[in-house]
Design a protein around this ligand. Structure first.
Ligand code: CO
Length: 138
């Protein structure tokens, strides 16, 4: 049984949100949202809306941002995570943990940037890529 559904977004950590947004808007002609502060997540985010998925441009917000370390290691920015949709995040988490995949944090879903439950899987278990799962009901 397939656990992951659509690619909900690709997140890119950027050193300058205004510059990155302008690139997607002006160079690519893409539809780019206004910046949104998500203090609970320690990020300021802009969404680039595409037909088949979204790109999230992430910049650190506040002193304890989860992407500060990533940007310190990648000062020019870089791909931060992929987000796949799942229909039932608790059942997905149980199946994955049962197969040995490590869930970050306390292993329980948190409310993500879009108001839906999310959790993150350890990049070492997925070829160096941080993976977010988001419960989206369609
Ligand atoms: Co995300």
């Amino acid at each position: 049984q397939q656990i992951i559904g659509r690619l909900n977004h690709i997140a890119i950590a950027v050193p300058d949100l205004a510059v990155a947004s302008a690139r997607y808007r002006d160079l690519f002609g893409a539809s780019v949202s206004e910046p949104e502060d998500l203090p609970a997540h320690g990020v300021r985010v802009v969404f680039v809306m595409l037909d088949n998925t979204k790109i999230e441009l992430l910049a650190p917000l506040g002193g304890n941002s989860p992407i500060a370390g990533f940007l310190a290691r990648n000062p020019g920015g870089g791909m931060h995570h992929l987000c796949f949709e799942v229909s039932d995040i608790i059942s997905a988490a149980e199946k994955l943990a049962g197969q040995g995949a490590r869930i970050l944090g306390d292993g329980r879903p948190k409310t993500g940037a879009h108001g839906f439950p999310v959790l993150f899987l350890h990049p070492k278990d997925f070829d160096g890529v941080l993976i977010e799962l988001e419960e989206v009901r369609r």
